[in-house]
Design a binder for this molecule. Structure first.
Ligand code: UGY
Ligand code: MN
Length: 245
């Protein structure tokens, strides 16, 4: 179904809003029975890659030369890492450091958010460890004391880790308390509900299923609209000196 060229998707120098009607799927080397939507990549200026991996039952991911973060959106995945098998339902997530041997297999038709980033080694920092978790087990922290806006940090926070992945849940009417402008870039997948996202000098209606990339210093603000909470999964580079020191 075409819409005479109309879409909510928008690409600007400092941001991308990518709505599901504009998703294109591609196979990738090493993966079997998985279609990938490459939401953002270095080709567009990002310093990481974020994809949605759509698995047929039995589908498997190929290897990656980089660190990998995976969050299950739908279905059931089995990940084998460090000699142990783990089963993941929606909300389950895994962090595999660079060079950590692992395999990922879908037990049923599944979808997962997949983030990969070249690791920025920091001298003196300890080595990142494999993380296996479930969002439901992570305590929610109010953002800047606002109980209507709750953050769950899925990645450990420490000098060994060079990115963060959080979920942010907004009650209807909740909003970021300020327009943020910061050096970190973001990859964001809307998981539930919707609202208005300010990106640069534009205000966009957004809803579950949409993807957003924010370049470093992209002005950003979100307010949740509707009768149910809005929730998104958000990546940011973190804890590294901008000069790479
Ligand atoms: O962590 C963040 O920078 C987050 N508050 N940004 C955002 O939600 N756009
Ligand atoms: Mn931000």
């Amino acid at each position: 179904m075409h819409h005479l060229g109309a879409t909510r998707s928008s690409l600007k120098a400092d941001h991308l809003l990518q709505t599901p009607d504009t998703f294109i799927r591609t196979p990738l080397p090493g993966a079997q029975n998985v279609a990938f939507i490459v939401h953002i990549a270095p080709q567009r200026g990002a310093r990481f890659t974020q994809m949605t991996a759509e698995f047929a039952a039995g589908g498997t991911l190929g290897p990656t030369p980089e660190q990998r973060f995976l969050y299950v959106l739908e279905g059931e995945l089995e990940i084998e890492a460090a000699g142990k098998k783990h089963t993941f339902a929606p909300g389950g997530f895994a962090y595999l450091p660079k060079s950590a041997p692992h395999s990922v297999r879908a037990l049923t038709a599944s979808r997962a958010a997949l983030i990969e980033k070249p690791y920025e080694q920091k001298s003196g920092a300890s080595t990142p460890e494999i993380v296996i978790g479930s969002e439901a087990q992570i305590a929610a922290a109010p953002l800047m004391g606002d109980e209507s806006l709750r953050v769950r940090a899925l990645m450990p926070d420490g000098p060994a880790y060079d990115f963060a992945v959080n979920t942010m849940t907004y009650d209807p009417g909740a909003a970021l308390s300020m327009v943020e402008i910061h050096v970190m870039e973001h990859g964001l997948l809307m998981l539930e509900g919707g609202g208005i996202y300010r990106l640069g000098d534009a205000w966009y209606p957004v809803e579950a299923g949409d993807f957003i990339w924010m370049a470093p210093y992209c002005p950003q603000w979100f307010g949740a609209l509707g009768k149910r909470p809005a929730k998104y999964l958000i990546y940011k580079d973190w804890r590294r000196h901008p000069l790479g020191a």
